[in-house]
Design a binder for this molecule. Structure first.
Ligand code: ATP
Ligand code: MG
Length: 724
């Protein structure tokens, strides 16, 4: 008997706890064991959801649906589920006819696009290490395979190969080893694959978001810088080393000097060879390759510049001239001009120009800023070049976009970067909630049943407004405003925020202990510390240096700073060339949301099973926490306000008709018995059976093709079946 036994022990195998009976969740009947779709569980509670995911995971079934979501748990081992046979199994199949899989979602998106002539998107989110990038790659591989007639990777057309090879390039420059993931993407991306009307891939385009620039100059002790630095230092040919004046090993470069220099099982030398191969497939010329790698070498040289201090004046000085010479040679700028721009930059004081004196700390700061901007602009250039190669959309006017972006980040210390990513996730969750509302409402209308569904998208609006609104002034606008106020500090900015929002919004609270605030996101309450926000948002550069770089004898370097060729910082600000980080992010996100809104979305939620990167081990508390943050439980909550369980008339009659034909004679009427066996049209038959079952009228609705049930009702019917 399944009723009466409880599964709270699934979650608490390691200790005993006494709980009230009312707090205990019920177990689903055996019919629902390892359910493919958790939305079909009749008891939709947290324990059942985790239990279902765990029992599937242990049986190597890493993919599970939860209503509109595909949940993917990282297996941390290679499973034989991505072969060509698998691709064939999913090709042109309906979602219900095959086990849950990333291929099923991709195929659905592909078919939807062709049949409805509607753009599609696949939104992949999750914590670091949960498997977003791996699943994104599977989506692209699947699309490349099913649109190539032969179905074999080795025979993919050049263009399909180029699309696939864009990835190792992006990973070299955009990924790094972190404590959570040996190949962690430190940027978000939206890859749009364009299709011709006949369904052939006709182009691709990559948008990117929030590259973690700070990693270029500092990494925590157990993490590395971006892969490309190590790959270049380990893998460059002798002639390339000579060209870039790179004569050291990894440990000789200050920017690569965290505790971590290599990744177990990964050869940076081999990865460099792979990168060169990928460059070749993309059709990048020798010169272009040199240009891209030159930027990396420049950054390594910047990191090794030693800055000293004049004892008498406290003025910064260059300690080792040979290092500056090396840097300037590779960077293509005159040494004297560079030293001057760095140590005594000219600035306007009223109407006059004066030479400013700089301290060691100020010079160090501007060098780090220079390294970061070089990396970011180099990355932007690289993605643009990839896009130029891939974006050859001729008649293709449809696309499938795949979004691979970090989920909610709630760390012990949360700063501006976390606010940007959490704001993005708040918007994406709102998008999901609204989409679910629209679909549910449509389904209810199609089936002509009475129900006013609630649009839970609105629930998130107050937090979103608080971050992005300009009137009343939200967090981003307030930050932008203070970034141009000469006397503003992080502290005054924080106090201003408190005055503006503390009494006005119940989603905002001043932090009690630190300088910062607490925001209520839908996933959790998050404390943000506002230390350093004005600098982070302004991203200030020494414009004497950037101007000098715009005149570099190396055309690629000059090109990266072309915008800085004219005028000083103030002039550029006037001309609208200056953007704060918050402004840029808000604009990019607005554009992303507009694109997503023009598509039919599909949602993939990746789950990290444990922190040890171990296969077949699931930490239930960790998983539950992610389900809370990533909207899966929110989706279930929304579903539960309506009629989450649906059966077609035929299914319902077949499974539950027996309740009125057998054993329940007293309850069943003559007519109902006939309905469950003889010919009566589906809708009427189901209504009759339901009447005979004497269910509460509010527990179900009879539609045009299906019967809808509130959560838990099917369990009661299953119970009755067992008792027959
Ligand atoms: P980040 O946010 O740090 O970029 P992520 O969610 O993109 O993380 P991935 O890089 O996709 O995480 O996955 C981390 C690692 O987990 C992979 O390098 C791989 O070893 C393993 N992994 C993830 N998904 C799968 C899978 N489906 N099959 C086999 N291994 C996987
Ligand atoms: Mg990733």
């Amino acid at each position: 008997m399944w009723t009466g036994c409880y599964i709270f022990d699934v979650l608490t195998t390691w200790y005993d706890r006494v709980v009230k009976k009312t707090e205990i969740d019920k177990v689903n009947p055996p019919k629902f064991d390892k359910a493919n779709d958790m939305a079909e569980l009749t008891y939709l509670n947290e324990a059942s959801v985790v239990h279902n995911l765990a029992s599937r995971y242990m049986a190597d079934m890493i993919y599970t649906y939860s209503g509109l979501f595909l949940v993917a748990v990282n297996p941390y081992c290679s499973l034989p589920i991505y072969s060509h046979e698998y691709i064939s199994t999913y090709k042109n199949q309906s979602r219900d006819g095959t086990p849950p899989h990333i291929y099923a979602i991709t195929d659905l998106a592909f078919r939807n696009m062709l049949e409805m002539r509607e753009n599609q998107s696949i939104l992949v989110t999750g914590e670091s290490g949960a498997g977003k990038t791996e699943n994104t790659k599977k989506v692209i591989q699947y699309l490349a395979a099913v649109t190539t007639p032969t179905n074999t990777t080795s025979e993919l057309g050049t263009f399909e190969q180029q699309i696939l090879q864009a990835n190792p390039i992006l990973e070299s420059f955009g990924n790094s080893q972190t404590v959570r993931n040996n190949n962690s993407s430190r940027f978000g991306k939206f890859i749009k694959i364009g299709f011709s009307r006949s369904g052939q891939i006709s182009g691709a385009y990559i948008d990117w978001y929030l590259l973690e620039k700070s990693r270029v100059v500092t990494q925590s002790p157990l993490e590395r810088n971006y892969h490309i630095f190590y790959q270049l230092v380990c893998g460059a040919s002798t002639s390339m080393r000579e060209k870039f004046l790179l004569d050291g090993k990894v440990g000789d470069y200050a920017y690569l000097n965290s505790g971590q220099r290599s990744i177990p099982g990964v050869s940076d030398t081999d990865e460099f060879k792979n990168l060169m191969l990928a460059f070749k497939v993309m059709g990048f010329s020798e010169q272009e390759q040199t240009d891209l790698l030159r930027v990396i070498a420049i950054i390594l040289h910047i990191g090794n510049l030693e800055i000293g201090e004049e004892r008498s004046s406290g003025q910064a000085k260059l300690s080792q001239f040979s290092q500056v010479e090396k840097l300037c040679h590779v960077m293509g700028v005159p040494v004297d001009a560079f030293a001057k721009a760095l140590l005594r930059p000219r600035a306007k004081a009223g109407r006059d120009w004066v030479d400013q004196s700089r301290t060691q700390a100020q010079v160090q700061f501007s060098l780090h800023a220079l390294a970061k901007v070089l990396y970011e602009r180099g990355f932007a250039y690289l993605v643009n070049r990839i896009n130029e190669v891939l974006d050859r959309d001729s008649d293709g006017n449809m696309f499938i976009g795949v979004l691979d972006i970090a989920g909610f980040e709630i760390f012990e210390a949360n700063s501006f970067e976390q606010l940007c990513i959490n704001y993005t996730n708040e918007k994406l969750q709102q998008f999901f909630n609204h989409h679910m509302f629209v679909l549910e409402q449509e389904e209810y209308a199609r089936e002509n049943i009475e129900w006013q569904f609630i649009d839970f998208g609105h629930d998130l609006q107050p937090t979103i407004d608080l971050i992005e609104k300009s009137n009343p002034i939200g967090i981003f606008s307030c930050l932008d405003e203070d970034c141009v106020m000469p006397r503003a500090t992080d502290k005054s900015f924080t106090e201003k925020l408190h005055t503006l929002w503390a009494k006005k919004s119940d989603k905002y609270k001043p932090s009690l202990f630190k300088q910062g605030f607490r925001l209520t996101h839908y996933a959790a309450e998050v404390d943000y510390s506002t230390e350093g926000w004005l600098e982070k948002n302004k991203d200030p550069l020494n414009d004497n240096i950037t101007h000098l770089l715009s005149l570099s004898s190396e055309p690629h370097v000059a090109q990266l700073f072309a915008d800085d060729a004219e005028g000083d910082g103030a002039t550029r600000k006037r001309k609208g060339l200056f953007r704060t980080v918050a402004q840029r992010h808000k604009e990019q996100l607005t554009s992303l949301m507009a694109q997503l809104n023009s598509t039919r979305p599909h949602f993939v939620r990746c789950i990290l099973p444990n922190h040890e990167k171990r296969p077949k081990k699931m930490d239930n508390v960790l998983v539950l926490d992610q389900l809370r943050c990533n909207g899966v439980l929110e989706g279930i909550r929304i579903a539960r306000t309506g009629f989450p369980n649906r059966l077609s008339f035929a299914e319902f009659r077949q499974r539950y008709g027996i309740l009125v034909t057998q054993g329940a004679g007293a309850r069943g009427t003559q007519l109902a018995r006939a309905a469950s066996t003889g010919y009566v049209d589906g809708q009427r038959a189901c209504s009759l059976i339901l009447d005979a079952l004497k269910l509460d009228k509010s527990a179900y609705r009879v539609g045009i093709t299906k019967v809808f049930f509130r959560a838990g009702v099917l369990a009661e019917l299953e119970d009755r079946r067992e008792k027959l």
